[in-house]
Design a protein around this ligand. Structure first.
Ligand SMILES: NC(=O)c1ccc[n+]([C@@H]2O[C@H](COP(=O)([O-])OP(=O)(O)OC[C@H]3O[C@@H](n4cnc5c(N)ncnc54)[C@H](OP(=O)(O)O)[C@@H]3O)[C@@H](O)[C@H]2O)c1
Length: 266
């Protein structure tokens, strides 16, 4: 199965309510779930997949290796723990969640391990998240072209991240937008609201439709079944070139996730 471009994010979807939301997503038709070692939702994702009755090859499951598991001989054992939590024998995509902070392991150390995880069948695909252009180039020189399926990065109409996204696309990688709704805030944007009103849609759907129209993947989350369904239906919206152009200039350039230990952004 190729990576479905609209996935369901699971940050915050913990416990019985989290399982219910993930199950609602699967029942309404999502076929891609995004979890991470640090979200504490791997168990919930696995449980929801089992309760859904879907077969393993009908759901694309992504997890991410946390920054504390990037040292020598740490990546594969951490993925094995993820698989135990998920109760799966492989994930479809394993990502390096964040590049190691300065003074931490060099990219070569953890990238070679994640590539080995793929060779061993723990993950069908591998990728990265929060990688900059320089780190993408370093990863390409270590693993070669075509090894990295995606770079998962913050991207939405208010944070366009164009330079990095263009670079990833030029290198044949899928750009996956996290915070595709700017944590729900893009709904207040007057241009998105007007386009949504004209189309009988919601501004959040218009934001997602714009991301998908760029060829990106997006992984919105919600605890609310109606919004979960609404977000998936964004796939049915085909924006005109004029509408896309209007949304292209909404960038406010304000990054929301910017830890002090993070990389030197482009
Ligand atoms: N790789 C990384 O470093 C990284 C970082 C951040 C996030 N992520 C991934 O990206 C996923 C999505 O990011 P995110 O959860 O931070 O932000 P998001 O999906 O942009 O926004 C989620 C927020 O928007 C609200 N919302 C969702 N759909 C809505 C709709 N149709 N109308 C109105 N409000 C709506 C939700 O509230 P309700 O629940 O009340 O609907 C929730 O508060 C995460 O779950 C995670 O899987 C990855």
């Amino acid at each position: 199965m190729d990576m479905p471009r609209l996935g369901f994010g699971t940050y915050g979807r913990t416990g019985p309510e989290g399982i219910a939301a993930i199950l609602a997503a699967l029942e309404v038709g999502y076929q891609h779930l995004d979890t991470a070692q640090t979200y504490d939702t791997e168990r919930e994702v696995g449980e929801a997949v089992r309760r859904s009755g879907l077969s393993r090859d009908e759901v694309f499951v992504t997890t991410k290796v946390s920054e504390e598991n990037l040292g020598e001989k740490q990546v594969i054992p951490s993925l094995e723990r993820s698989l135990d939590a998920l109760r799966l024998d492989h994930v479809d995509l394993a990502l390096i969640h964040w590049p190691a902070r300065k003074g931490g392991p060099a990219p070569e150390i953890y990238l070679r391990q994640i590539a080995e995880a793929k060779e061993r069948g723990l993950a069908r695909h591998i990728g990265v998240s929060n990688f900059t252009i320089a780190l993408i180039e370093e990863a390409r020189s270590i693993l070669g072209d075509g090894a990295i399926l995606t770079n998962q990065v913050e991207l939405n109409p208010w944070f366009r991240n164009r330079k990095l996204a263009d670079h990833c696309v030029a290198r044949g990688m899928i750009v996956t937008c996290y915070e595709p709704l700017a944590r729900g805030k893009v709904g207040a944007d007057p241009v998105l609201r007007r386009i949504a009103d004209e189309r009988g849609a919601t501004p959040e759907q218009v934001a997602l439709a714009w991301e998908l129209a760029q060829g990106y993947a997006a992984i919105p989350t919600s605890r609310n079944p109606d919004r979960i369904a609404q977000n998936l239906a964004a796939q049915e919206i085909s924006l005109s070139s004029d509408e896309l152009a209007e949304i292209d200039v909404l960038d406010r350039g304000i990054r929301s996730i910017d830890p002090a230990w993070g990389p030197d952004w482009d």
